[in-house]
Ligand binder design. Sequence first.
Ligand SMILES: N[C@@H](CCC(=O)N[C@@H](CS)C(=O)NCC(=O)O)C(=O)O
Length: 193
Amino acid sequence: MPNYQLTYSISEEELRLFVTYCYTILNLKTIKLNLVTGLPHKDKYPFGKVPVLEIDGTVYYQSLAIGRYLAKKAGLTGKTDLDDLRVDAILDTIDDFVSLFPWSGDEKETKAYIEKCGVSVLSGLEKELGENKWFVGGYVTWADLYWDICSDGIEHYQPGFAKDYPNLLSLKKRVKELPEIAAWIKRRPQSQY
Ligand SMILES: N[C@@H](CCC(=O)N[C@@H](CS)C(=O)NCC(=O)O)C(=O)O
């Protein structure tokens, strides 16, 4: 098996559970950087940004590209091209929402953003999931993990933001009950999330 090493920012907590799942399967090593005072040795990274994934010493970048690669290796992508198309559409929908989220923590801004953009995303995802156990194909994919991880991050800034979406909430519970995730939750260090 290749040697995988992921370097990511402490603020990219959305990667954490996903990474956890992958490193139980892929034996992924991780390096967490604190970017409060800026990215150290910025010129070391492509486009001066993290996360980066090193595979046997070669550096790859962009979180969703890395995520997709790791998901393939960990068996978390779709079983058909059409399932993958649906998985990617859900991931991009969540990512659009998360990328523009005001992570500065300003309460007013957060509330306004969720009021303006949250309803259409959350009601759309709720409908997409319906009464199904997982978003796509009747089996767990990285779209399910991504929803859980991103919504945990947002929950920290706006507790209860998804309270009106019971299907999405029960999906979070199922993700947390996956054996690899449940084991990590038990042993992980305590953090703000
Ligand atoms: N679209 C890129 C965004 C990467 C990005 O903006 N990373 C931030 C950390 S969250 C960074 O490296 N910031 C350091 C800097 O710009 O100096 C991805 O998803 O990988």
